[in-house]
Structures are given as C-alpha cells and as structure tokens.
Design a protein around this ligand. Structure first.
Ligand code: NAD
Ligand code: MLT
Length: 525
C-alpha cells in the first residue's frame, strides 16, 4: 500500500507509517500534480492547506483513508469522502493544549504590546511609554465555542482571575458549570459584556463571518479580540475597520481567511499580533499528532475500526476491544440474506438484546449492513458508506435496544422485510469470542459460521441425512460438522453442513434431487 504525505508532520509519524506501507513525502506538491498522482495512493495525510475535495476523490480510485494530522476538517469534503467510501481520521485531542496555550500567549502579547516592543528594542530604541498595556485581572473574557480548546482556555484564564462568560448553544449546561463559565444565552449578551473575546468554534456555514460589522458594533469600546480557531470566523474587513477606528483595541490572529497569506492589510496595523497558523506547532503536539495519525491511517488501511474517524462511528480502544467479535458476528449475519433470498429489501430491523444493548451499537449495525450489501452492490462498501448505500437503495434501517437478558446473555436479532414477507436471523457469541447463528427463519440452530457451508431445507423424514452423506463422500467432500433443526416432528427441517472446500455445482444439483429436499444453498460466511 502507498501513502502520500502532502504537509509536514513529525518524523516519528512518517517512521511509524513506513513500518507498514510505502510513504512518499511530497511537501511542495501543487494541486495539478496531486490530481495526477493521487490515483496511485491508498492513503493521504494532510494538514489544513491541502484541499481534499470532490474532484480529488474522483481522481483517487484506490484511496481508502484521509489522515488529517490535526483537528479542523474544513479542508475536507466529508460528504464526498463518505460517498467514495473513504474514511477520514483526525487527531482532535493531540494539539488542543498547544492551541490553548498559544491563545493565551497571543492574548497576553496583544494586551501588553509585546511584539511591537520587541521590534522597537531590537531596532536599538529603549522606550516604554508607547507600549503601556492592560491587565487581564478582574476583566471578563467571552469565549465563543466551549469545546476542547475553549474549555482549556476557560480554565487557564480563571487562573488570571478573569470572569468567564461563554456562548455555545450546542453543549449541556453542565459543561458551563464544570468549567466555571457563565452561560450566555445569546451571542449578543456575550458581545455586550466581554472585555476580551476569543473564538474557538469550528469553521462551519454558521460560524463563517459570525463576528462582522454588526457584532463588533455591539461590543464594548476598546474590546480585544483573539482568533486562534479558523480564519474567516471574524470578518477581516470589518475587523480592519474596527482596529483602525479604535473600537477594537487590539487583535491577536493565528488564522486568516486565505492561507497561506504572507500579505494582508491587517499586518500593516500596529494593534495586531499575528502568527502563521502556529497554534499546534509545538514539538509535543506535533509528535502526538504524527504518531496518532500514522496509527489511525494504518488501522484504516487494514480495514480496522479507528478511534477518531470523522465520517463513521469511532470508539475508544476499550469499547472497540469489546465490540470487535460482535462486529464480526453482525457482518456474518449480514452475509446470510442475499445468499439465501433474491428479493430486494425494504426494511432491516435490528434488535440488540442483553448486555450488548448497554454498549454503543452503531458500529454493529454498520457491520451488518456491510455484510448485507457487499455481495450485491457495485460500489465499494465499507463501514463508512454502508448506511448511505442502504439509504440510496431505499432500505429503512431500524435499531432497537433491550437490555433485559433473553435465553442468551447477548443476542443480535435481525428481521429483514422484502415486500413478500420477512426473513429472520439471530446470533450470539459463545464464550465471548465464538460467533454462533442461533436462529434462522424460525429454526433454532447452533450454526458455526464457516467459509463453506451447505444449507439444506428438507422434510423431516428418515434417509435424507444418509443420502447427503453418501453424495458428499462420493464427491470426496469432507464434512466438518453437521447440525439439524426441525420445527416439529415430521415437519420441515433445516440442515447446516460445514464442509472443507467449495462444493461443485453438479454435486449441489445431485443434493437437490434427493427425495424430500426442498431447497439447497451453498453459502460462504
Ligand atoms: P471542538 O469541536 O472541541 O469545540 C468546538 C465548540 O464550538 C463545540 O463545543 C461546539 O458546540 C461549538 N460551536 C459550534 N458552532 C458554534 C456556534 N455557531 N456558536 C457557538 N459555538 C459553536 O473543537 P476544538 O478542538 O476546541 O477546536 C476549536 C477550533 O480550533 C477549531 O476551529 C479548530 O479547527 C481550531 N484549531 C486551531 C488550531 C491552530 O493551530 N490554530 C489548532 C487546533 C484547533
Ligand atoms: C488544526 O486544526 O489542528 C490546526 O489547524 C493545526 C494544524 O493544522 O496543524
């Protein structure tokens, strides 16, 4: 497998990738060249400058994973990635401390004119009066976006004896309490009260330009602004005018509407402190980011579930360990339907029963759908796009949870409806590891999923099992296990025969001709 790295990441990350895949580090690659070569790669690792958009996905025929070495994913078209079945992974926790510390440093530099004073002194002039600043002590900081970085900034600024007010309509009140922040119900309330305002939201349709001329007009005269999140959340033109007029006393900016931007009217103003998107650039953060992104890219290339997938459910390592065998079971259950039925599906109902219902079951449903659709869709189907593909085929997927124990400690029950009726199946794990199918269309059975299996439906009468044994023996096909289930004595029976290899078509035809046999399917699980 081949991975291309288009922006600088720590050498430790590159080394980790090279343990398992071929890596091309192409830091200077331009867009045109990238579009030309991306078709050769199974993975791409980027930071914030490489646009990973629909056009790139269309050219990236082998791509399985996009590794975003960092946090923000505004340069990646997630819908296009999901449609292409490409998993997008990032490292949201690895650089938050660095970003929060940079925010504080920029704020202090901005309040104390540190950068201007530094330049002045280094140019050979000793002067103090032009650089008089303000303390943070006793002031109010307004934090917009109280997520990972906003939260760290809140707790750090309280150590400066600042009062914290925060605006974030998407988090529970509890988080404001834990962080000692007063909740602003409306953005306008925060704008009116804060002496310093710092933004920590992602760049979304809602947040682009969220602080413009109107909002700046509502702020206190002499307010100080910080943006170490994403360029464009504060409108640069409105900010420029407000810095010029003095309405905004100073601004500290690590990010810009266009990046890279070596030239910007804001740089000409004395009351701005600017850095070239340095928030995450510490040795510590880059080391963590590099190693984490390499691990996740490798996991995704090996088809494993990853801990920080952005466009599919991801799980902490502990939950992942627990769920892995259930995912395997769910995928095998999924593979049953189209090997036994040929009718299009209208609805899939999955019920998780027992202990499993107390865990995150989203990945199990994805695994079931992956197994279900793999044999019949042309598109590449994986955990990323399985739900989307089901939706595009008008299959309703319903999940329900029932934590009361059944006959089994844990049970995955599935009902597939197809317009003519329904098809049911259920599976569990024996000894927490071994998958077993325990119900198939009303037959109770103990069926061990195997690579080669013969499913026979027959009348429950003497001689049928013997005939099948003879046919297999003559054809030199070794039977590994055989299980029989019947719904009533003399009624219909289901026979599940695990064999050691592929059963040729003519042998299957012979089995079909045995008196009393109604249906025969050779399946692979
Ligand atoms: P996060 O997802 O943990 O937190 C973002 C918070 O913003 C969430 O709590 C969310 O509810 C809130 N939010 C979303 N829309 C909002 C809105 N309209 N109004 C108010 N709040 C809103 O993200 P994070 O890890 O804290 O990162 C914050 C920002 O910092 C992101 O933009 C990220 O890209 C950026 N970042 C920059 C650097 C850098 O080098 N400068 C480094 C890391 C992260
Ligand atoms: C991020 O979102 O992680 C930052 O923008 C930093 C980076 O891209 O390295």
């Amino acid at each position: 497998m081949k991975v291309i790295v288009t922006e600088s990441i720590a050498q430790s990350g590159i080394d980790k990738l090279r343990e398992k895949v071929e890596v091309d580090v192409r830091l200077k690659i331009n867009r045109e060249e990238l579009l030309k070569v991306i078709g050769d790669y199974h993975g791409i690792v980027v930071r914030s400058a490489t646009m990973v958009d629909r056009e790139l996905f269309a050219a990236a025929k082998k791509l399985k994973v996009v590794g975003r070495a960092g946090n923000g994913i505004d340069n990646i078209d997630l819908d296009a990635a999901t449609e292409a079945g490409v998993v997008v992974v990032n490292t949201p926790e690895s650089n938050t401390v660095s970003a929060a510390e940079h925010t504080i440093g920029m704020l202090l530099a901005s309040c104390r004119n540190t950068c201007r004073a530094n330049n002045h002194l280094k140019s050979g002039k000793w002067d103090r009066s032009p650089f008089k600043g303000n303390e943070l002590d006793g002031k109010t900081v307004g934090i917009i976006g109280l997520g990972r970085i906003g939260g760290l900034v809140a707790s750090r600024l309280q150590a400066f004896n600042m009062r914290v007010i925060a605006y974030d309509p998407y988090i529970p009140d509890e988080r404001f309490k834990i962080l000692g922040a007063q909740k602003a119900e409306k953005l306008e309330d925060l704008l009116a009260e804060a002496d310093v305002i710092t933004v920590h939201t992602p760049k979304t349709e809602e947040t682009i330009g969220m602080l413009g001329e109107r909002e700046i007009g509502l702020m206190k005269d002499g307010v100080r602004l910080v943006n170490c999140a994403r360029g464009g959340i504060i409108q640069e033109k409105a900010l420029y005018n407000a810095l010029k007029s003095g309405k905004v006393a100073s601004a500290a900016l690590d990010v810009f509407e266009q990046e890279p931007c070596p030239d910007n009217p804001l740089f000409e103003l004395e009351n701005t402190v600017v850095t070239p998107h340095l928030g995450a650039d510490t040795f510590e953060a880059q080391n963590k980011v590099g190693i984490n992104i390499a691990k996740q890219v490798l996991d995704a290339l090996e088809g494993k579930l990853v801990t920080n997938a952005v466009n599919m459910p991801s799980l902490p390592d502990r939950d992942m360990e627990y769920l892995k065998p259930y995912m395997l079971l769910a995928e095998k259950l999924g593979r049953l339907y189209f090997q036994l039925e040929k009718r299009p599906i209208s609805r899939v109902e999955i019920k998780y029963r027992g202990g499993i219902a107390e865990h995150k079951t989203g990945p199990l449903t994805l695994a079931y759908l992956k197994g279900l659709l793999e044999p019949v869709v042309k598109e590449r189907v994986n955990y990323v796009n399985a739900k989307l593909l089901a939706k595009s085929r008008s299959i309703d997927v319903l999940e329900s949870l029932d934590s009361t124990a059944s006959e089994y400690t844990d049970l995955i029950e599935v009902k597939v409806s197809n317009g003519h009726g329904s098809f049911t199946m259920a599976g569990t794990l024996f000894g927490m590891r071994e998958p077993r199918i325990v119900e198939l269309n009303g037959y109770k059975i103990d069926m061990e999923p195997a690579p080669y299996m013969l499913l026979v439906r027959n009348e429950d009468k003497p001689g049928v099992i013997g005939c099948i044994g003879t046919i297999m023996g003559v054809a030199k096909i070794n039977i590994a296990t055989m299980r029989v289930s019947r719904n009533s004595k003399g009624g219909k029976a289901l026979m599940v025969i695990n064999v050691d290899g592929v059963i040729p078509k003519d042998v299957i035809e012979m089995v079909k001709k045995v008196d009393g046999i109604t249906d025969v399917n050779f399946i692979k699980l």
